[in-house]
Design a protein around this ligand. Structure first.
Ligand SMILES: [Zn+2]
Length: 430
């Protein structure tokens, strides 16, 4: 058995106390053996003057969209998708998805993220990068029926089921999958009715976008006479393992429905602010007992993949939404980006204790903006940045040591990302 000791850090425990301790990891099993004083491993990682947190879980993203970062900004969701994003995505080739995923996962590891839930296309490309990079992922093919004839729409849904089956358990179990119909308005009811039962037969959770903008809620109310999440429940969605992205425009009956069913909400505050989609009622969801995770959404609507930024955004907009400075506290957002996100997407990680997966980030406190350190939870929520992450460990393996990513070639990825992004835009606009 080879062991790794994370030494001398301020360890964030599941009850949000912070303890000066070492962490001993069984690298073959990928789990934490012990947390306590004076632990020695075959290898050591220095965590002195640093806080050791569970690895962050980015529970909703489109990781390969990094190639579109900064390509189109300052537009509402509808126009942004139709005028800029969808036409460019139509020109994407598998090699672009590969390098986009490499760039996104490189950025994720450098920001302490150890797991993602990703909805996109060409899932095999992303799966290969996840395998090489060493993170965990729940992957799915984004199914869309609008704008397609019946046969093409069915084929897309079938592809969604097939890739979910193909990649579930890949990368030594670090990859899991889900059936991912894009949203309640971009996939027609008949495809939910036909394919959600098939997803259930295969044991797949369902992940979709819902209630992101007012413009998404109104057509459902007009066409079906019910709120979107009642419509979703009628279509067989909202099982306890299901998780929906956004949930910005929810009424109290929908919040109750989420609490009753056990389905989770992934909050994407930066995307919601940037696209002026609205303010999600996060404190109300938490008060109702709904599991809330945190996600960056794609890099084109954020525009980075930093979970520490996202936590700060979540706390800020949560207070505004509730008109209450005590709402969506530092504790709440730290929980959201670790255990909340992990639970929402069905992972065991998000907690530092014996027996838990060895997924963690070490965050350097030797920084002007993190001095003094009255309260480390406060620092994680409000002051720490992705660039403060010193080491990232997932499944017991060191993915980044002293800011150097060991599993991906950073320089090469940056060069290829620039080249592929330029040629993608040329093809799309050509
Ligand atoms: Zn999204």
């Amino acid at each position: 058995m080879s062991t790794l000791a994370i030494t001398d850090g301020h360890v964030l425990r599941p009850d949000h106390t912070v303890e000066q301790a070492d962490i001993l990891i069984d690298q073959a099993a990928g789990t934490i053996l012990e947390i306590g004083p004076n632990l020695e491993g075959d290898d050591q990682l220095d965590a002195s003057n640093a806080v050791v947190t569970p690895g962050f879980v980015n529970a909703h993203t489109h990781i390969a969209m990094t190639l579109l970062r900064g390509y189109a900004d300052d537009k509402a969701l509808d126009r942004w998708l139709q005028e800029d994003i969808w036409p460019t995505e139509a020109a994407l080739e598998p090699a672009d998805i590969r390098v986009g995923a490499e760039l996104g996962i490189l950025e994720a590891i450098k920001g302490g993220t150890t797991a993602i839930a990703d909805m996109y296309f060409e899932i095999g490309e992303t799966a290969a990068v996840v395998e090489q990079a060493g993170i965990r992922a729940r992957l799915g093919h984004g199914v869309i029926s609008v704008g397609k004839d019946h046969e093409a729409a069915r084929e897309d849904a079938i592809a969604g089921l097939e890739v979910a089956e193909q990649y579930d358990g890949a990368a030594d179990g670090r990859i899991s999958t889900a059936f991912m119909p894009h949203s309640l308005t971009t996939v027609d009811a008949e495809y939910y009715e036909e394919f959600v039962p098939e997803a259930r037969d295969r044991g797949l959770p369902v992940h979709f976008h819902a209630n992101e903008t007012v413009g998404e809620v109104e057509p459902i109310v007009e066409d079906h006479g019910v709120r979107p999440l009642e419509y979703a429940a009628d279509l067989g969605l909202l099982e306890p393992e299901d998780f929906l992205a956004h949930g910005v425009h929810l009424d109290s009956t929908e919040i109750d429905l989420l609490a009753e069913t056990g389905a989770s909400v992934i909050h994407c505050p930066a995307s919601n602010m940037k696209l002026a989609s609205g303010m999600a009622p996060i404190q109300q969801l938490l008060d109702a007992g709904v599991t809330v995770g945190l996600g960056t959404d794609g890099a084109a609507s954020n525009n980075d993949l930093s979970m520490l930024d996202e936590a700060r955004d979540a706390a800020m907009i949560g207070k505004l939404a509730a008109d209450d400075a005590s709402a969506v506290s530092a504790d709440a957002v730290v929980e959201m980006m670790t255990r909340g996100s992990a639970a929402a997407i069905g992972l065991e990680s998000g907690r530092l204790e014996a027996g838990a997966p060895a997924d963690l980030a070490v965050i350097d406190l030797e920084k002007p903006h993190l001095t003094p350190a009255h309260d480390l939870i406060s620092h994680l929520a409000y002051a720490a940045a992705a660039s403060d992450v010193r080491h990232t460990v997932c499944d017991g393996q060191v993915l980044m040591k002293n800011r150097e990513v060991l599993t991906l070639d950073e320089q090469e990825i940056l060069e290829r990302a620039r080249t592929n992004a330029a040629s993608l835009i040329e093809r799309a606009e050509g």
